[in-house]
Design a protein. Structure first.
Length: 411
């Protein structure tokens, strides 16, 4: 029978690739339309109802785009809707979160050194928390703050900081940052599904019925679309943050994540201003650089026992004990320590490494038991680890790892 772990890893691979493809399409469309909107210019030759036009050159041809601020007099026969990129990105991201952080929750989601929770409790918090942001944000947009964009974004930033801190009181560092990204992405997709698209459908329906569309619907959609534009870059960082232990594996990771949102604002402000005026404010790059330096300092500002540092002394979970007591564990443990711990240590011995790759430590029995499935996939059934230019692990060593994990499963 084909190994379930291998099949599951390929399922995760397919969903992750779908998520990347659709996210690129969504982000590209979002950035393009915001840039186009800011570059529109008035012209005496514009048709009735048009607010601006833009000429562009790309791919060997010229493009002439005209925008109608509310709507044209008649609905065109061909109308392209931009919505499925957002929906598919969120759905594939939610599926990936379930695959990695729910099914693999004991390994990746929960941190027993922070909160003593059962896996099902962590999953409930994971799922339930994603809706909180949208409800709060949507109500704020519909309140008086909706007419004060700057004040609204400051309140939203406060909510994001609070959620960043809250996630880090419960989840592992990598799960906390990932969930903050999912929390924000949920707001963005909900903007499209519950506000932008319904308001555009109202305008289309009015055109079909021969009515003059109300301008307020376009203004609502534009406000939400602008918010999405400023949230995009921080979401990308948070979705990729599990590759960077210095971002998620520190005492101040929740502050680092919060500052990332500010860098997203400064960078987007530069480009949005450049699109609108032809010249972006250079001070935004200075502020971004300062914020980046602060984040780098916070990542090593103090020593603490983070998600992985505690594994050597923390009590093993039932799953960990199952792997640690399985036949072949001693041989596999010695194999892992002999081939992997020089890099995957709390103080790596490999020259040039100051932190273990991806924050994974493989020194103690608890370490190895906790990361059994990762070891199995990376160094057992595949030759991904260790790097061949570091150590050339022989096939017998890999077979010992495979045999140990399969014995643990059977047991």
């Amino acid at each position: 029978m084909y190994d379930l772990a291998i099949m599951w890893d390929w399922v995760g691979f397919a969903v992750r690739w779908l998520h990347i493809v659709t996210a690129m399409a969504w982000i590209g469309a979002s950035f393009y339309f915001i840039a186009l909107d800011l570059m529109l210019k008035p012209s005496p030759t514009l048709p009735e109802g048009a607010s601006g036009e833009e000429w562009e050159v790309h791919g060997g041809g010229f493009y002439h785009t005209t925008k109608y601020l509310v709507a044209p007099r008649e609905l065109p026969e061909h109308l392209t809707w931009h919505k499925w990129q957002s929906y598919t990105t969120w759905l594939s991201g939610a599926a990936l979160l379930m695959i990695v952080y729910w099914v693999g929750g004991e390994l990746f989601l929960l941190d027993p050194t922070k909160a003593d929770l059962a896996l099902w409790q962590g999953i409930v918090i994971s799922a339930g928390s994603l809706t909180i942001g949208w409800i709060a944000y949507d109500r704020l947009c519909k309140s008086r703050l909706g007419t004060r964009p700057t004040a609204l974004m400051l309140v939203l930033f406060g909510i994001l900081v609070a959620m960043s801190w809250g996630y880090n009181q419960i989840f592992t560092g990598r799960a906390a940052l990932l969930h903050l990204g999912a929390f924000t992405a949920t707001i963005m997709t909900a903007n499209v599904f519950f506000q932008i698209m319904p308001n555009q459908r109202i305008v289309v329906a009015d055109l079909k019925a021969g009515r003059t569309p109300d301008a307020k619907y376009g203004k609502i959609a534009k406000l939400r679309s602008t918010h999405n534009n400023y949230l995009t870059l921080p979401v990308i960082f948070l979705m990729l943050s599990n590759h960077y232990p210095l971002a998620f594996g520190t005492q101040f990771s929740w502050i680092i994540a919060s500052l990332v949102f500010l860098t997203g604002v400064t960078i987007r402000h530069y480009f949005n201003t450049m699109h609108a005026t032809g010249k972006g404010p250079l001070w935004t790059w200075g502020v971004t650089a300062v914020l980046f330096i602060v984040m780098a300092w916070l990542s090593t500002a103090s020593t603490w026992d983070g998600d992985y540092d505690a594994l050597g002394t923390a009590e093993m979970t039932p799953r960990d004990r199952q792997f640690a007591s399985a036949e072949g564990f001693d041989d596999a443990y010695n194999t892992v320590v002999g081939n992997c711990s020089m890099c995957h240590a709390r103080e790596p011995a490999w020259n040039g490494l100051r932190w273990a790759p991806k924050g994974v430590h493989l020194e103690t029995e608890a370490d190895v038991a906790r990361h059994a499935e990762e070891i199995y996939l990376q160094a057992g059934v595949s030759h991904a680890m260790p790097p061949p230019n570091a150590i050339q692990m022989d096939e017998d060593a890999r077979r010992r790892i495979v045999a140990w994990v399969r014995n643990a499963r059977d047991g």
